[in-house]
Design a protein around this ligand. Structure first.
Ligand code: SF4
Length: 441
């Protein structure tokens, strides 16, 4: 009988796309995707260890799988991705959850299908286990089969890993040094997606701005792809402020298809904290960069990541962060409380108290929410072109404007994948509501 599988994703957008590759490796071998754990013969968790909260949530979810394993004795459980890539993680997972059958890291996650096959075809399914976490290296697996789940959005990895070594971040340890894919492979993948009717392409990488391969830099890659003769939008994630060059901004400015929307993590507004974080820029540098972006790209929307409670962050340092947030007025900010990651430099610094962190995150969120509310108000009665992505639980269509704002509105489901003009009539903190305008005009 054909076996079924479920891949659950924890963490960032990069992981969502990596899960599409893991699903592809399983579907390619004849396994059938399902939506619920109780229906699955194979459960794969694609994990993330960037934050302590994410990791705790994953451990809780792995614990829950014990009951499924009791009910279905041949259930195969696989844990893959960056959590299992950490030093000592395999030993911890094996001892706490002996029912796990497969553990793979980020570099070899694409082998899930093959390992599942070996277990299913083995004589003694219950004894065969794979615990293989390979050191991140410069190899890029290019033979992945991807089962895309996000039409009309196509995610394309352009690079992997990071060389920056921000002192709080575990990414360089678990995903290894930067490695860029060959431009022709990126062009081919993008062109195939566009031929298949995908309408929005997002280039993914930990630090896309430092893309470099065969003499191509990120500006050249963007410029070349934006000229492909299809109706589509082009986005990218994530940028490092130090590497967002004038050349990249000029390419964004002159190409209509490149969205005027940049996610530019600031992390902190104080020079002391930025230096301790090893971010390689100052508060003034960041503010001048914002000014330059707004000059070259007047309609560009900026979003960011901000962290509070970094070791040694004083009240004054925190106020500088609040002040920067108020000055820039980001359209959205992902706000985090610093949590130490084992093996990183910052985890060995003197930590500040949980209560102080809690007070600071509460204040930061409230300041940012006020900013978003004010920005949202300016959208009322305006019309945006929305790429329709799907239907939400309330039966409303949802999609994004070029500036990245989520917009919901009533409409026919056959509009999924279309560009539609929507006039805004409701403002909420996380999304806008509207109605279709002038379809026949
Ligand atoms: S730039 Fe810094 S925060 Fe981003 S992935 Fe690299 S080390 Fe981590």
């Amino acid at each position: 009988m054909t076996k079924s599988y479920l891949v659950e994703t924890f963490g960032c957008q990069m992981n969502v796309h990596e899960s599409e590759k893991i699903s592809g490796s399983l579907s390619n071998l004849g396994y059938i995707p399902v939506q619920r754990r109780e229906d699955a013969d194979i459960i794969v968790f694609n994990t993330c260890c960037i934050r302590d909260t994410a990791e705790k949530k994953i451990y809780g979810n792995i614990g829950d799988l014990k009951n499924y394993k009791k009910l279905k004795k041949d259930l195969i459980v696989a844990i893959v991705g960056c959590m299992s890539q950490q030093a000592g993680a395999i030993e911890t997972l094996k001892s706490q959850f002996p029912f796990i059958d497969i553990i793979l890291g980020t570099t070899n996650a694409h082998l899930v299908g093959e390992k599942v096959n070996e277990i299913i075809n083995s004589r003694d399914k219950r004894k065969l286990k794979y615990y293989e976490n390979v050191e991140p290296n410069n190899d890029i697996a290019e033979n992945d089969v991807t089962l895309r789940t996000s039409y009309p959005n196509g995610w394309v990895n352009i690079m992997y890993g990071c060389n920056n070594h921000c002192t709080y971040c575990i990414v360089p340890y678990v995903r290894g040094p930067e490695k860029s894919r060959a431009p022709q492979l990126i062009m081919d993948e993008t062109q195939n997606l566009l031929k298949d009717g995908y309408k929005e392409i997002t280039f993914l990488g930990q630090n896309v701005n430092s893309y470099s391969s065969e003499g191509w830099n990120f500006a050249k890659l963007l410029d070349t792809v934006a000229k492909l003769p299809y109706r589509f939008r082009l986005r990218f994630l994530t940028s490092h402020p130090r590497d967002l060059s004038d050349e990249i901004l000029d390419v964004i400015a002159k190409n209509e298809k490149i969205c005027k929307s940049i996610h530019l993590p600031v992390q902190a507004g104080s020079d002391d904290v930025l230096a301790k974080m090893n971010r390689h820029y100052t508060r003034n540098y960041y503010l001048s960069l914002v000014e330059k972006i707004r000059e070259k790209l007047p309609t560009c929307v900026l979003t960011t990541d901000v962290m509070v409670g970094f070791p040694g962050e004083t009240d004054e340092n925190f106020e500088e962060t609040i002040n920067l947030i108020q000055r820039v007025k980001f359209s959205n900010a992902f706000t985090f409380v610093y949590s130490p990651r084992t093996g990183t430099v910052a985890s060995r610094m003197v930590q500040i108290s949980p209560q102080v962190k809690k007070d600071r995150i509460t204040r930061l969120i409230s300041v940012q929410n006020e900013i978003v509310k004010d920005i949202s108000q300016t959208s009322l009665n305006k019309t945006y072109e929305v790429l329709v992505e799907g239907v939400n639980q309330k039966g409303l269509l949802y999609g994004r404007a070029e500036n990245g704002r989520l917009i919901t509105f009533p409409g026919d489901t056959n509009l999924v994948g279309e560009f539609i003009d929507v006039k805004i009539d409701k403002c909420r903190v996380s999304s806008l509501g509207g109605h279709i305008e002038n379809r026949d005009a």
